[in-house]
Design a binder for this molecule. Sequence first.
Ligand SMILES: *Cc1c(COP(=O)(O)O)cnc(C)c1O
Length: 362
Amino acid sequence: MKKVYFTVGPSEILPSIPIFTKQAINDQIFSLSHRGKVFEQLFEDTVSQLRKLLLIPPSYQIFFISSGTEAMEKIIQNCVKQKSLHVINGRFAERFYKTALELGKNAQRYDATGSFSAEDLQVRKNIELIAFTQNDTSTGMAIPLREIYKTVRKYPEALIAIDAVSSMPYVDINYKKVDSVFFSVQKGFGMPSGLGILILSPRSINKAKQLKEKGVSIGSYHSFISLLQFADIKQTPDTPNVFAIYLFEKVIKEFLKKGIENIRKETESKANMLYEFFEKSQIYNPLIVNNNFRSKTTLIVTVRGGSKGVVKYLLDRGIVIGKGYGERKDQDIRIANFPAHTIKDIKLLINLLKKYAGTLRS
Ligand SMILES: *Cc1c(COP(=O)(O)O)cnc(C)c1O
């Protein structure tokens, strides 16, 4: 039986991915040199289409890297000499924070469990970077952009980094207000894993240059400086995942055709369908209580009686959902709501969740 994946990443792929894959084989993409004209055109097209889709300003750089996790490391290395601050709304935010510690930085954490207000945020002097996980996939807690922009106004000297791995392309960021944004393609872009996207402000690039001049290590082939040198000639320092870039370009074009506004509206209406169902249910309770901080793209729900039963019930019926993250694996379920998930899929899922709840009552 062909399954439907509601896992939070990798997740369900777009129906067009097998078609694009056949085209890639016909175009002999797997053998394409990353130092030739064809690749350079692909690089240029992908970057310009992505700019159009997400309204990324021309002065901002777009780089291809390996993953979201890699972006965390590169941002710390290239934007922080000593001090970073991390707003912790889940385990992915913690990963970002730990990355800074592992790189020898003097990282500060600010715990934001269940809610976050820029007004309450206290930041030490000379903080160089404030890192947000806009949508933490372990807790289903999303930080409203409004609160991020308030933080920007409160601390204008700090660079602002945003992990948007599991909320892109739903989240509509005003790039001009922030300095680094990253995501990977196996979540909201309905693609196989293996490609990370890093978007950088001129300020971020300048900071990397300053650190390099001061003799601080900013990493090697994927330092911002090295990425920039190659991006200038529409190439990457290493051999990138050319196939993923090829797929990505086609997916972006598909999204442009559908219209980003339509994609975002559809994401909201599917999220509303799910949350309305959970609100009425006796056994499913969203982990994040305050509505303003609930993720629209990765929904985490505590299941009365534990998650094991419902995960298996759905799996037996061809629906794959995620268990809770880490130590919450037996308590929560995690459900992705990405563009690859149709309204029909969501209705089917709700129907089965309802039926499972019925088996508990009888
Ligand atoms: C998945 C995820 C990551 C890690 O991305 P990879 O591409 O798997 O390295 C980072 N942050 C968040 C919020 C994620 O959901």
